[in-house]
Design a protein around this ligand. Structure first.
Ligand code: SF4
Length: 74
C-alpha cells in the first residue's frame, strides 16, 4: 500500500504570522512491491496556510493574495 506524507522543503520567517513557517510537499511513496520508484509530489502548501486563510489578505499560499509568495524571497 502506498504511503502519503506532508514534508517540509523550505522554512522561512513569515512577516504576516510573525513566526517560522514551512513550505511543504505532499509526497506519495510507492508500495513495498515497487521499492525503486521515486515518490510522486502531488501538492504544495504552507504549514499555516489554512489558518492564514481566515484573516486579512496575505500571500499566494493562503489563497488570498496571488501576487506575493514569501517562499520566493531570498
Ligand atoms: S500562508 Fe503565507 S502569510 Fe500565511 S503563514 Fe504561510 S507564508 Fe505566511
Amino acid at each position: 500500500m502506498s504511503e502519503t506524507n506532508w514534508e517540509p522543503i523550505k522554512v522561512r520567517f513569515c512577516e504576516h504570522k510573525q513566526c517560522e513557517v514551512a513550505l511543504e510537499v505532499q509526497a506519495v511513496y510507492p508500495p513495498e512491491v515497487l521499492p525503486d520508484q521515486a515518490p510522486r509530489i502531488t501538492g504544495h502548501r504552507c504549514s499555516l496556510g489554512i489558518s492564514c486563510n481566515m484573516d486579512s489578505p496575505s500571500c499566494v499560499w493562503s489563497g488570498t493574495n496571488p501576487t506575493f509568495d514569501p517562499f520566493l524571497e531570498k
